[in-house]
Design a protein around this ligand. Structure first.
Ligand code: SAH
Length: 263
């Protein structure tokens, strides 16, 4: 397998970039690579490149950028607003939502949010790893948590909220999203808002329902766990309003001739 790595440095054909600590550890200790071995690099801005290890030792390494593989693209403008969950559930959510192409994560402290602390650095690291695995060219942003009140009072009304509402009136999500595609002034900035394990407080749902930029949606007759609910909404969003019609960039072809990929 050819390692695919996110790196912060600027990338261009011919450039030699230093391997940062993470790249060094991954290439040397995890993947056991050596000078001359191929890899793929992206930085979220300049596209994706073929590269090779120019040098690698215990303390430093250099990576030579050899060929542009894909020009930069972007994911649909979709923010996932979620109430922080227990560690395993939130790790799972960030990994899977990154795979599903979310642009940003916005943690929201609701009344019934049980998890009070959130390790943002760990979530950012998870997002980077998931993006590396999934052929993404961007890393989703992981924002600092905000309160429910701040979310509602500072919301930019041009960004439409798809509210996963476990109670009260709501259209089935597929119907609701299809209806939104028919709007004359269809928004192109979106958010999905999902409650915590304990659900939204009724006052929160009531408040959200008064806002013109909120569409409450239902996800079927079962009560889903918060992480399942968010991922379900995300998958349906991508199918109807997002980039679900596109195909992966190319099969997992080896770099170059195709002869060296069957590891
Ligand atoms: N404890 C709550 C359920 C919380 S589920 C109760 O028993 O009512 C966690 C979150 O997932 C909810 O706040 C909601 O945003 C979302 N969710 C779960 N199931 C859903 C469904 N069937 N429809 C819409 N949203 C749902």
């Amino acid at each position: 397998m050819i390692p695919r790595l996110y790196i912060k440095q600027s990338l261009a054909v011919g450039a030699i970039v230093p391997a940062d600590e993470r790249a060094l550890h991954y290439l040397r200790n995890v993947m056991r690579r050596a000078t001359g071995d191929p890899l793929v690099l992206f930085n979220g801005r300049d596209g994706e490149f073929e590269a090779e290890i120019a040098s690698l030792d215990k303390r430093k390494g250099a990576l030579k950028v050899t060929r542009l593989r894909r020009t930069q693209d972007s994911v649909p403008d979709l923010v996932l607003c979620f109430a922080p969950l227990k560690k395993d559930a939130v790790d799972f959510l960030v990994e899977k939502a990154t795979e599903l192409g979310v642009a940003a994560f916005q943690p929201v402290m609701t009344r019934r949010t049980a998890a009070s602390r959130l390790n943002i650095d760990r979530l950012r690291a998870n997002a980077i790893e998931a993006a590396e695995q999934t052929e993404r060219l961007t890393i989703p942003e992981v924002r600092a948590p905000i309160s429910f009140d701040t979310l509602v009072s500072s919301w930019e009304p041009t960004r439409h909220i798809i509210l996963c509402a476990e109670a009260g009136p709501a259209l089935p999500i597929a119907d609701a999203l299809k209806a939104l595609t028919l709007h004359v002034r269809a928004p192109n900035a979106w958010a999905i808002l999902c409650g915590p394990e304990g659900g939204f407080h009724v006052s929160e749902l009531d408040r959200l329902r008064t806002l013109p930029f909120v569409t409450p949606v239902g996800l079927g007759p079962r009560i889903l766990r918060a992480d399942t609910a968010a991922l379900t909404a995300l998958a349906v969003f991508q199918a109807i309003l997002g980039d679900g019609t596109l195909r992966p960039p190319h099969p997992m072809m080896p770099i170059g001739t195709g002869a060296d990929g069957a590891e």
